[in-house]
Design a protein around this ligand. Sequence first.
Ligand SMILES: CC(C)(COP(=O)(O)OP(=O)(O)OC[C@H]1O[C@@H](n2cnc3c(N)ncnc32)[C@H](O)[C@@H]1OP(=O)(O)O)[C@@H](O)C(=O)NCCC(=O)NCCS
Length: 144
Amino acid sequence: MGILIERMKMDDLDSVLAIEDEVFVFPWQRESFAEEIKQGSEFYVTKEEGKVVGYLGFYKVKDEMQLVNLAVTKERQGKGIGSELLKWALKQAKSLGAKKAFLEVEKGNSRAISLYHKFSFYETGIRKGYYEGKEDAVIMRAEL
Ligand SMILES: CC(C)(COP(=O)(O)OP(=O)(O)OC[C@H]1O[C@@H](n2cnc3c(N)ncnc32)[C@H](O)[C@@H]1OP(=O)(O)O)[C@@H](O)C(=O)NCCC(=O)NCCS
């Protein structure tokens, strides 16, 4: 399966925010995405028939990649889009010089965790009460 991935633009934000509200308990706000776009951060979308169906963002600092965002609209989940986005981002980060990747994921998010395992991420620690003091986060790492 191949998907087309492009840089997130201001015009994409309405649909990105709709997905963000749909899939996350603590969604990012418009200003946060807008700031990343202005900064030229590594934030990307994939579209079907011109409509955003998934997106992802990461930071590259020195030789580390930090994945900060990954989501696929509910209607299109389970069809390989998340895997394609992540595969592409890991490759992109590696080409920018990253040697290792980190992310935080809600401890109870078994679907995302199994996706990360598929890409060789392993658990390196727990951040207690990371999500608004309620849910713990699992810290995961992969070598690129
Ligand atoms: C996590 C998420 C991005 C995965 O995207 P997706 O397009 O649904 O994922 P894929 O179809 O590529 O599936 C990837 C893997 O996820 C897991 N997965 C997919 N559907 C699943 C299901 N119904 N039940 C359990 N695991 C499932 C599997 O490990 C799957 O790999 P496999 O197909 O080789 O078995 C998506 O479900 C999502 O947006 N969830 C809400 C937001 C979120 O939790 N983001 C991550 C925050 S850290």
